[in-house]
Design a protein around this ligand. Structure first.
Ligand SMILES: Nc1ncnc2c1ncn2[C@@H]1O[C@H](COP(=O)(O)OP(=O)(O)O)[C@@H](O)[C@H]1O
Ligand SMILES: [Mg+2]
Length: 388
């Protein structure tokens, strides 16, 4: 093609205005025709994805750090789904890596205890991309916030066993979640737990490569991350899992620090100070010199968790091993005696049901008071039906 022809084509099809909103009606640069701009045919504007307009937004269920999650109805099938907008990071040149990672990792994960990504759908503008997931009625953060008494031990076992199965599956596939916390654990009304929010998840190699240390919400952050370790392993998820187990048993966050040093102090108050002898390499961690760590010598898990027997305490102890290379793996936790001794883990279908606090719908009319609350009778009835 002559250069004359190329410039006249560019005149009739000028380069896009960088200030203009990005829409799908832009044009592509042809690789076949030496960089000639060509409009995207109307039928290909959405690629192979369905348009988000086929989903009717019902209500918002979550507003995480990056965007709103809606409960929505798929107008084609009538099914209720969750719709999560992919975070764009003010990206102008396409999908941000974090969004791509979340999609790629979720597509790889097909497990009963990991939220199912059904498909990716798109809006009219290039920066609106949504994940369509199976809808889960609850997240554990809102359940814990709204319950009057903590879960029973057999309910805690039921929940944590399911989380461990998801972790075993992910870790065997070299996936580290990196943001495990109660708000990222969903629960269906059949008592099935699903790990969600893979926005910070990473695939790791062997040997592990350096990653950004700032991840995992402070309260669930492992000591090696607080101390600036550059290589992350599946052990960061196991620490977070230990914090979740503690939180479920206590009915409140276990280590709610409000700064990195406060977080380290809380960890040391609970477990005793780390040292080079119990954690080889500890003194070489990049941030060790930045903090003056307290020298508290005692492990106080036993005092904090008086409701736990020997097996429960030793499970917490192996999850809170300072040295990440000897910390318990999901597989080791699954074979802990804690899960086989009484009280036995309850059947997921026997998990209590909770009002859907996140569906901020109009409050129900006040019920006349009865001796036994109707909600209790309903709960018993629903459980019985599930078992039948
Ligand atoms: N599949 C889903 N079903 C029901 N609620 C969901 C679903 N996915 C997310 N949520 C709700 O939205 C919140 C935020 O979603 P999340 O994926 O954790 O995104 P963020 O990265 O913004 O934290 C969750 O804490 C949960 O309450
Ligand atoms: Mg989240």
């Amino acid at each position: 093609m002559s250069s004359g022809k190329k410039s006249s084509e560019l005149e009739t099809n000028p380069a896009p205005d960088p200030q203009a909103p990005i829409t799908r009606k832009g044009f592509l640069i042809s690789l076949k025709n030496s960089g000639t701009p060509m409009p995207i045919p109307e039928q290909n504007v959405y690629g192979r994805c369905r348009p988000v307009s086929e989903f009717e937004k019902l209500n918002r269920v979550g507003e995480g750090s990056y965007g709103i999650v809606y409960r929505a109805r798929d107008t084609r099938s009538g099914e209720i789904v969750a719709l999560k907008r992919v975070r764009m990071d003010q990206e102008k040149d396409g999908l941000p890596v974090s969004g791509l990672r979340e999609i790629m990792i979720l597509k790889r994960c097909q497990h009963e205890n990991i939220v199912r990504l059904r498909e990716v759908v798109v809006g009219k503008s290039l920066d609106s991309i949504f994940l369509v997931m199976d809808f889960c009625e609850q997240d554990l953060a809102s359940v814990l916030d709204n319950m009057s008494q903590p879960f029973t031990e057999s309910e805690v076992k039921c929940i944590t066993l399911q989380v461990l199965r998801a972790l075993k599956y992910m870790h065997a596939r070299y996936i580290i979640h990196r943001d495990l916390k109660v708000s990222n654990l969903l629960m269906t009304d059949k008592g099935c737990i699903k790990v969600a929010d893979f926005g910070l998840a990473r695939l790791y190699g062997n040997p592990p490569k350096p990653m950004t240390p700032q991840m995992v919400t402070l309260w669930y952050r492992a000591p090696e991350l607080l101390l600036g370790a550059r290589t992350h392993t599946t052990a960061v998820d196991m620490w977070a899992f230990g914090c979740i187990l503690g939180e479920l048993l206590l009915g409140k966050p276990l280590l709610p620090g409000n700064s990195e040093i406060a977080q380290l102090d809380m960890i040391i108050d609970l477990l005793g100070a780390p040292s080079e002898s119990i954690w080889p390499g500890f003194l070489d961690l990049p941030a060790v010199q930045n903090f003056t760590l307290s020298q508290q010598p005692y492990n106080n898990l036993k005092t904090k968790f008086q409701m736990l027997g020997q097996a429960g305490r030793s499970l917490l102890n192996i999850l809170f091993i300072y040295n990440p290379s000897t910390r318990a793996t999901a597989d080791e936790c699954l074979s802990s005696k804690y899960f086989t001794e009484p009280p036995q883990p309850c059947d997921p279908r026997m998990m209590p049901t909770f009002p859907q606090h996140r569906n901020n719908v109009a409050p129900p009319q006040a019920q006349p008071s009865t001796e036994i609350p109707i909600s209790h009778l309903l709960d018993v009835f629903i459980k019985r039906q599930r078992l039948e």
